[in-house]
Design a protein around this ligand. Structure first.
Ligand SMILES: [Mn+2]
Length: 317
């Protein structure tokens, strides 16, 4: 996949920032409590390439029609998106990448996350495929803190390797489980058939992963997942777009019926922030070329907006 389709005509100018937020072009000068950063590519499988590389710009474009109302009342947050101008998020643009240099991409991502955390901000890393969180998690290991991962995904991502790649999108949670600073993993939304074979699932159970499948979540509600997060946890929320129902987010590579709806996602994010403190968030696997009429972009963009509001309120407390 070396040809790069020019989607600017389809999505409008990519010049604007997410929600028209202030741009931050130098992470070393970052002052905001929340940082949106695009990471189009980390460790793609050679067979498909970086198929989600246009997601950050597509999500920015999805907010163009909302940006003029940034300071209006947001009914999903019970007030304006940000409680004050000082608590507003910034858009740090997209990280550079080279599809042929996965180790280099991972180093760029680790450096960015390291800097954002050192500036005291919570990174919202927007992929890119589900290989993006691996270097994000690695960088968080350097803080000396221990973390609970809340993974929202239709797939468990516990393959040791796939097509010879150990850092790819099917191995994200397996790699996370090997990191000393990851003390707990809660995986929510698994359903249908994915990359996992029975032994992969068993390995996750043996490690101590707590699963709330998509079916269980619909039967028991989001509390079934939130109850697995101890009070006071340091939480990383990592969201694969395919956790949501494909009727809401068609722009994913593997559409699975039975996914979560928008308010279940909102309640999981708000609930995580209420039980502990969210240290980092990832939104990956949105593929604009598979979207239908911008519907998925709108749902994911709105979810990121709500997450920004939740993180801004967390920063204020
Ligand atoms: Mn995934």
């Amino acid at each position: 996949m070396t040809d790069t389709p020019d989607l600017a005509a389809l999505y409008g100018s990519a010049a604007s920032t997410f929600m028209g937020l202030e741009a931050c072009s130098d992470l070393n000068q970052l002052k905001a409590p929340v940082a949106f950063i695009g990471a189009p590519c980390a460790s793609p499988y050679s067979a498909v390439g970086a198929y989600c590389r246009h997601a950050p710009d597509a999500l920015r474009a999805a907010t163009v029609s909302l940006a003029a109302n940034l300071w209006h009342y947001d009914f999903d947050l019970g007030g304006p998106m940000f409680p004050s101008r000082e608590l507003a998020a910034v858009d740090c643009g997209n990280l550079p990448y080279d599809e042929a240099d996965a180790p280099g991409n991972r180093e760029i991502i680790r450096n960015a996350i390291r800097t954002i955390r050192a500036r005291g901000a919570v990174p919202i890393t927007v992929g890119g495929d589900d290989s993006i969180p691996i270097p994000v998690l690695e960088a968080l290991g350097e803080t000396g803190e221990r973390y609970t991962i809340l993974q929202l995904d239709a797939h468990i991502d516990w393959r040791d390797e796939y097509m010879g790649e150990r850092q790819g999108l099917s191995s994200t949670m397996r790699r996370a489980s090997e990191m000393k600073h990851i003390e707990r993993i809660v995986q929510v939304g698994a359903r249908s058939i994915g990359s996992a074979r029975p032994q992969d699932y068993q390995d996750a159970l043996d490690w101590g992963v707590r699963f709330v499948t998509g079916y269980e979540l619909h039967r028991q509600g989001v509390e079934a997942a939130l109850a697995l997060i101890p009070e006071g946890s340091n939480i990383i929320v990592t969201t694969d777009a395919d956790v949501m129902d494909p009727a809401l987010v068609p722009g994913v590579i593997g559409r699975c019926p039975g996914g979560l709806n928008y308010y279940q996602m909102v309640d999981l994010i708000k609930g995580a922030a209420a039980r502990g403190r969210i240290a980092a968030m990832n939104f990956v696997e949105f593929m604009p070329e598979r979207d239908v009429s911008g519907l998925g972009a709108l749902n994911i963009a709105r979810l990121i907006m709500t997450a920004m509001g939740v993180l801004a309120r967390q920063a204020a407390r």
